[in-house]
Design a protein around this ligand. Structure first.
Ligand SMILES: [Zn+2]
Length: 73
């Protein structure tokens, strides 16, 4: 299952116990040791990349184009 933290970033959580600690090397939950399905990891990766794309877009888009001249102009 995928949670979203207060800043909107996705967090992968265990299907079994709901904790968010994973051994990424082995794909298992630290808390209960259950296997994390590959499809859950793939889904999480997609959510994470969507989040990065969205945050990058909002950070880099100028609020007022042309309002700030280049520093070396
Ligand atoms: Zn667990």
């Amino acid at each position: 299952m995928i949670f979203h933290n207060p800043s909107g970033a996705p967090e992968l959580a265990c299907e079994q116990c709901g904790c968010r600690w994973f051994d990424r090397m082995h794909g298992t939950c630290y808390e209960c040791g259950s296997q994390v399905p590959a499809e859950a990891i793939a889904e999480f990766d997609r959510a994470l990349q969507a989040f990065w794309a969205k945050s990058a877009a909002t950070e880099e888009s100028p609020t007022v184009p042309g309002a700030k001249p280049p520093a070396d102009a």
